[in-house]
Structure formats: structure tokens, C-alpha cells
Design a protein around this ligand. Structure first.
Ligand code: ADP
Ligand code: F6P
Length: 326
């Protein structure tokens, strides 16, 4: 136990993700049960720099476990790339007596946390992003909820697409990562999945062949999932129409994918990771990330975690290629 630890702060940073509230709740309750004070920092690093900080009690996190978004608000903070602002943020932690900080966010937010750790603040990161783009963790809070939103949306699109015998081109989020596209693609029986990490998946001639062959075998509609990192889905939809004669419509699911209640899986991971983040700080650890590796929760060094290279789930893409043609 770290006897110098008296107060911990918690913030959410980067894009919000369903399950962040459940994680905040776990952090607050676990810390209070250890006799620590907890400060909630609003709007990520933006709020830290402004001193937008409030004390949190057990009741502050009542009735949020099932709610989407983040009660602490979130933000991107461009100033935080500058040393001057990193110094100021560490100073703010000292002013508010924050000895340990839990940062819930993506890899960008962890790079920010690294800077605070280098300035003597104990930090632990918890992966929270719908993108599932953090190399060192098999899971990121919000991913399962987002996959389920995409699957549900595509079920709706399938009805109208089949009725009109159309091709639905669906753009999903993920920044430069194709995991959301891959998981939702195989779960919806998509004819094709295009991801930024793999050029082969973006081959237009192959896509045209799959659509034509599936039509020839009696399929009345097509679903093509495009990860946003691939580029212009609208243009692709038009090209499909021109090349195949199949009427095509593009749907960009956008921020819908980040909203709504988290799934049970997200709440479970969020609760466990929030709890483990506090355990790590309480044991005197710093510059750590709570991750899932080989199906188990582990706590690793942030520098090592961020240095890891992400491997896209190409096995899903290959399997879908076989399953989607008949
Ligand atoms: P995410 O955390 O979801 O990956 P971003 O990449 O937008 O989201 O990062 C969130 C915030 O983290 C940024 O707006 C910035 O304030 C901070 N951040 C990102 N990268 C760095 C960095 N290299 N150094 C310091 N702060 C960073
Ligand atoms: O990182 C989460 C994410 O939703 C990405 O999938 C997407 O590219 C980005 O954030 C969108 O950011 P914003 O909410 O700023 O439009």
C-alpha cells in the first residue's frame, strides 16, 4: 500500500464510449472504500488545466452504471501536446492534492498521462474507446456496445435494402482501425468488409465480382461495410452502382455508434478495469495501463504498452471471405 496516497482524480478523455460511466463509478466507489478522497475532473485535460474539479462521493455515481456517455464530460485538448501545458496540468494536480490519477480514454489520452507521470503524478490508464485500437489490450470499453449498435442498424438496413434489391454500403467508425468493421461485418453476414490496415480488403474489382456472383446465385441484396479509415464510402457506393448496375445506397452511421446504454460485457470490463486501476494506485504503482491480455486482466507499463504494434484481426476478414460467398 502507498501510504502517501490520499486523493485520486479521475477523468475521461478523447471520444466518449459506452461504459465510461460504469468505470467512473467503479473508480469512485473502490477508492472511497479504501478511505481515499476522490476528485472528478470534467472535460479531460481541458478541465484539468482549468481546475474544473469536484469532489465525488458514493452518491455522485449512483444510477449511472447503465448510462451511455460520460458524466464527467470529455474533450480533446490540443494544448496538451505542449510541455508548458503539461507542466501546468501537473501543477494543477498538486494544487488540488491529487496524488494519483485514473485516465479513461484511448492511446492519445495515455500519451498525455505519460507526460503527467514524468512530472511525478501517479497515473493509471484504462482503455475506453469504441475503436478497439490499443495494441496492448484485447479489449477497450465501449467496443461491444458499438458493435451491437452497428449490428442492430444493419438489421434495419437489411429490410429496406432487400425490399429494393439494393446494395447497402455502410460506413462505420474506428478512425484508422478496422476492428469495428470486422466484428460487425462478420456478425451481419456482410458481403464484403473493407479495412484501412489491409489493401487486399479494399480491392474494387474483387468487390464487384463478389456482388455480381452473389446476385447470380440469387441473393437479393448486399451489405458492404467500410471502415471510415478507408475513405469515401459515398463515392464507393456510386462506383458500385456504375460497375454492377445494382442500385446502391450509402449510410454513414456516425456518432450513433457511440450512444446508448453499454452492453453487459462493457459494464463488466469497465467495472473490473476501474477497480483494478485503483488497486494499482493503492499499491504504489504508476505509469500503468489496465489491459486484457490472453483473456485476463493485466497491468502493464504505459511506455511498453504504447510501443506495441497493433495486429488487425485479419483472421476475421479471411473467414468472412469464405462465409459471405455461396
Ligand atoms: P484518444 O484518447 O481516444 O486516443 P485523442 O488521440 O484525441 O483520443 O487524444 C485525447 C487527448 O489526449 C488529446 O486531445 C490530447 O489532449 C492528449 N494527447 C494525445 N496525444 C498526446 C501526446 N502525444 N502528448 C500529450 N498529450 C496527448
Ligand atoms: O475514437 C473514437 C471515434 O469515435 C473514432 O471512431 C472517430 O474517428 C472519432 O472518434 C470521431 O471523433 P469526433 O467525436 O471528434 O467527431
Amino acid at each position: 500500500m502507498d501510504s502517501s496516497l490520499r486523493t485520486i482524480g479521475v477523468l475521461t478523455s478523447g471520444g466518449d464510449a459506452p461504459g465510461m460511466n460504469a468505470c467512473i463509478r467503479a473508480v469512485v466507489r473502490s477508492a472511497l472504500n479504501k478511505g481515499l478522497r476522490v476528485m472528478g475532473i470534467r472535460k479531460g485535460y481541458v478541465g484539468l488545466l482549468r481546475g474544473d474539479v469536484m469532489e465525488m462521493h458514493a452518491s455522485s455515481v449512483a444510477d449511472i452504471i447503465h448510462r451511455g456517455g460520460t458524466v464527467l464530460y470529455t474533450a480533446r485538448c490540443p494544448e496538451f501536446f505542449q510541455v508548458e501545458y503539461q507542466d501546468r496540468a501537473a501543477e494543477m494536480c498538486r494544487i488540488f492534492g491529487i496524488d494519483g490519477l485514473v485516465v479513461i480514454g484511448g492511446d492519445g489520452s495515455f500519451r498525455g498521462a505519460q507526460k503527467l507521470s514524468q512530472r511525478g503524478i501517479s497515473v493509471v490508464g484504462v482503455p475506453g474507446t469504441i475503436d478497439r485500437d490499443i495494441a496492448c489490450s484485447e479489449y477497450t470499453i465501449g467496443f461491444d456496445s458499438a458493435v451491437n449498435i452497428v449490428v442492430d442498424s444493419i438489421a434495419r438496413l437489411r429490410d429496406t435494402s432487400a425490399s429494393h434489391e439494393r446494395c447497402s454500403v455502410v460506413e462505420v467508425m474506428g478512425r484508422n482501425c478496422g476492428e469495428l468493421a470486422l466484428w460487425s461485418g462478420i456478425a451481419t453476414g456482410a458481403d464484403a468488409i473493407m479495412i484501412p490496415e489491409d489493401e487486399e480488403s479494399q480491392g474494387f474489382d474483387h468487390l464487384v465480382r463478389v456482388i455480381m456472383e452473389n446476385r447470380a446465385r440469387g441473393k437479393s441484396h448486399n451489405i458492404v461495410i467500410v471502415a471510415e479509415g478507408v475513405g469515401n464510402a459515398q463515392e464507393l457506393s456510386k462506383k458500385i452502382h456504375d460497375a454492377t448496375g445494382v442500385e446502391s445506397r450509402c449510410t454513414i452511421l456516425g456518432h450513433i455508434q457511440r450512444g446508448g446504454s453499454p452492453t453487459a460485457l462493457d459494464i463488466k470490463h469497465a467495472s473490473m478495469m476501474g477497480y483494478l486501476a485503483v488497486e494499482a494506485l493503492y499499491s504504489g504503482e504508476t505509469n500503468r495501463l489496465i489491459c486484457v491480455q490472453n483473456g485476463k486482466y493485466v497491468n502493464i507499463d504505459i511506455d511498453e504498452g504504447l510501443a506495441m504494434k497493433r495486429e488487425p484481426s485479419l483472421d476475421i476478414w479471411k473467414a468472412n471471405l469464405q462465409i459471405s460467398t455461396y
